[in-house]
Design a protein around this ligand. Structure first.
Ligand SMILES: [Cu+2]
Length: 460
């Protein structure tokens, strides 16, 4: 679904496939490649310069470039886009080159890059290269380091890349609105030495949050804390790609956080080490083994692991509200409340009132709730054993034997070896023996004693 916006006669060379030379091409703006499908595109292997293992952007893609002399040229277009968050729900966002987030930019330490930015938004914008060491005038702060890019204008940023690592790009103009609308992307810089920090698979995704009322299409840009769509690359579970990994691979996951709260990312299965922040690579002797890493606001964390154990390993934000979707955030807690009579009286006031959650909320995972159009259920997704009861920031690391080096296709559910799955046992549960004088444990046995504070008048 790549379309070519405006082909420039004779210079339509993509993906660094060859050098463009001559004065005419040097002055021309390269074509802007667009991608509108939320399907993960294959990694873009380098065709010139030092070798590297290209990254894979979950539900996204890497922007092709062209070589112009020894400059690597990219063209970003800031524009309104339609993004599908998961099948059944689309949002009207702002992004780059057809999508939110924008395409991943990939370079090598020492590259000279020239990035054209065309503004097709209804208001001005800029691009800031978050974490990158650039000349001050290339830092992209509207008003402070450059004039704003007005609608219809194209600006160019030029700098030499001084340091490898993982960076981000986003506007520094009307930031609250433009980032709430989904404007952001990844900028990955590989080390010049191909052997340094080499991995077999390298995944990237950005975290973003939106407040989109059920049944509507537009994020509420004034929202500061109470978001209802917790997204990875502007997708929510079950719309987020699995991280497909070959058994034995060394794997890196790079996660950027451009939301307004921190996200403790927890991965089941193999333990990992955080190996890189926006500020650079962490020395091996300073790495700490983890199963959860907090990704602070306005920061990036990259972690690495060896895919030692085959299986379907969950990866998710550990703030449990962040693994839920929009519908149902206002549901009241009714655990333990018999709702029959309550429902009768509430229905007099609200004919559509639906009792939920007397025994917890799990029933919502299976429920076919009547919902407005363009709305996802609060918890959803089915696995091979039943409803997964998740949403938002949740995906699966799928470690499999015998995959091809470059195979990222969803292999389907993991086939557990016989006898290795938790299972039902037959028989009655014996009553636990009660010790003499033991404290009551069942709610109906607990007596509430009100103890009045003892007043000590004696000394006064
Ligand atoms: Cu979170």
């Amino acid at each position: 679904m790549i379309s070519r916006r405006h082909l420039i006669a004779g210079s339509a060379i993509l993906a660094g496939a060859g050098a463009v030379s001559g004065r005419v091409q040097a002055a021309a703006i390269p074509e802007a490649v667009t991608q509108t499908s939320p399907v993960m595109q294959p990694p873009l292997a380098p065709t010139s310069g030092p070798d590297y293992q290209p990254v894979v952007t979950l539900n996204g893609w890497t922007l092709p470039w062209r070589m112009n002399g020894d400059w690597k040229e990219f063209h970003l277009v800031a524009e309104p886009v339609v993004r599908e968050f998961a099948p059944g729900m689309k949002a009207h966002l702002w992004g780059y080159n057809g999508q939110s987030p924008g395409p991943t930019l990939e370079c090598v330490e020492g590259d000279k890059v020239r990035i054209f930015v065309t503004n097709k938004l209804p208001e001005h914008t800029t691009v800031h290269w978050h974490g990158m060491l650039v000349p001050n005038g290339m830092d992209g702060i509207g008003g402070l380091t450059q004039p704003h890019i007005k609608p219809g204008q194209t600006f160019v940023y030029e700098f030499e890349i001084r340091k490898s690592g993982t960076f981000m790009y986003h506007p520094h103009a009307d930031e609250m609105v433009q980032m709430a609308m989904g404007m952001m992307g990844f900028f990955v810089v590989h080390p010049r030495d191909p052997k340094l920090f080499r991995v077999d698979r390298d995944f990237v995704f950005l975290m973003s949050t939106y407040d989109i009322d059920p049944g509507s299409y537009l994020p509420k840009v004034m929202t500061m804390t109470d978001f209802n769509m917790w997204a990875w690359n502007s997708r929510v579970f079950p719309g987020i790609d699995p991280l497909v990994v070959r058994h034995g691979d060394r794997v890196r996951v790079r996660i950027g956080n451009l939301t307004m709260t921190n996200h403790p990312i927890h991965m089941h299965g193999p333990h990992f080490e955080v190996t890189c922040t926006d500020g650079g690579w962490i020395k091996e002797s300073a790495r700490i083994p983890e199963v959860t890493t907090d990704v602070p606001v306005g920061a990036m964390r990259a972690f690495e692991f060896d895919a030692t154990d085959p299986g379907d390993w969950a990866i998710h934000c550990h703030k449990s509200h962040h693994t839920m979707n929009a519908m149902g955030h206002d549901v009241k807690t009714f655990i333990g409340v018999p709702q029959k009579d309550l429902t009768k009286s509430l229905r007099k006031l609200m004919p559509d009132y639906m009792p939920m959650g007397s025994a917890g909320m799990a029933e919502m995972g299976e429920m076919e709730m009547p919902m407005p159009d363009n709305t996802l259920p609060m918890m959803t997704g089915f696995g091979q054993y039943g409803p997964i009861e998740m949403g938002g920031m949740f995906s699966v690391v799928k470690v499999r034997e015998g995959l091809a080096r470059d195979d990222y296709k969803d292999p389907g559910p993991y086939k557990h070896p016989p006898g290795t799955v938790a299972h039902l046992v037959a028989g009655d549960v014996p009553e636990a023996p009660r010790r003499e004088g033991a404290a009551p444990t069942r709610p109906d046995e607990i007596e509430v004693n009100v103890v009045k504070p003892r007043m000590n008048h004696s000394g006064h």
